[in-house]
Design a protein around this ligand. Structure first.
Ligand SMILES: [Zn+2]
Length: 175
C-alpha cells in the first residue's frame, strides 16, 4: 500500500470512556497521538516511515481526556432527515429513493409547527397528500416512532457501516 493511502485510512476515534465518537483519517490520528491527545488502541498491519522513525498505523485511537459531545452537531437538512429516517416514509413504512420522499412537518407549519429535528420526518408523496395540513392524530395516521435529533446512536450506525471492513473496530461498535 502506498504511504499516502495509509494516511487516508479511516481510524475509529473513541472517547476516554471507550465510547465511539468519530472517524478520522490516519494522518489526523497520528497527529493526535504525537500531540499526546490520544493513544493508539488498535493498529493496522502497516507502518508509516519518516526519516527518523517508523510508526505503526493506528486503526482505533482513544482520547486521553473525556470530551463532552454537544448534541445536534449535525446540520438540520433534508439529506440528514432522510438519512435519520433511513429513507423510509414514517407513516406507511415504505422505503423509497430520495426523489420520491418529501419532508413532513408533523405539526403543520400552518399550526405553528416548528422546523426542528423533532417535528420533521421523511414522508412519501401519497402520505403527505393524505395528511394535508392536519396533525397525525387528526388524519388518523400513526408515526413509525417519535422523531429525534440526529443522535450519537445514528452516527454509530454510520460508523458501523464504515467499519464493516475493519474487524478491529467491531468490539467497540457492536455492543
Ligand atoms: Zn407513506
Amino acid at each position: 500500500m502506498a504511504s499516502l493511502d495509509r494516511l487516508h485510512k479511516p481510524v475509529l476515534v473513541l472517547n476516554a470512556s471507550y465510547e465511539p465518537i468519530n472517524v478520522c483519517a490516519a494522518r489526523r490520528a497520528v497527529v493526535l497521538i504525537l500531540k499526546g491527545v490520544a493513544s493508539p488502541e488498535e493498529h493496522s498491519p502497516s507502518h508509516l516511515h519518516s526519516a527518523r522513525h517508523a510508526m505503526r498505523v493506528p486503526s482505533v485511537i482513544r482520547l486521553l481526556e473525556y470530551r463532552r459531545i454537544p448534541h445536534q452537531t449535525r446540520a438540520l437538512s433534508r439529506k440528514n432527515i432522510l438519512m435519520r429516517d433511513k429513507y423510509t416514509c414514517q407513516y406507511c413504512h415504505k422505503t423509497l429513493p430520495s426523489g420520491e420522499l418529501t419532508l413532513d412537518h408533523v405539526v403543520p407549519r400552518s399550526r405553528a409547527g416548528e422546523t426542528t429535528w423533532e417535528n420533521l420526518v421523511a414522508c412519501c408523496h401519497s402520505c403527505n397528500n393524505r395528511k394535508g395540513s392536519r396533525t397525525p392524530d387528526e388524519a388518523g395516521m400513526k408515526l413509525n416512532r417519535a422523531p429525534r435529533p440526529f443522535s450519537l446512536h445514528t452516527s454509530r450506525h454510520l460508523m458501523r457501516l464504515l467499519g464493516k471492513s475493519d474487524d478491529q473496530w467491531r468490539k467497540y461498535l457492536f455492543y
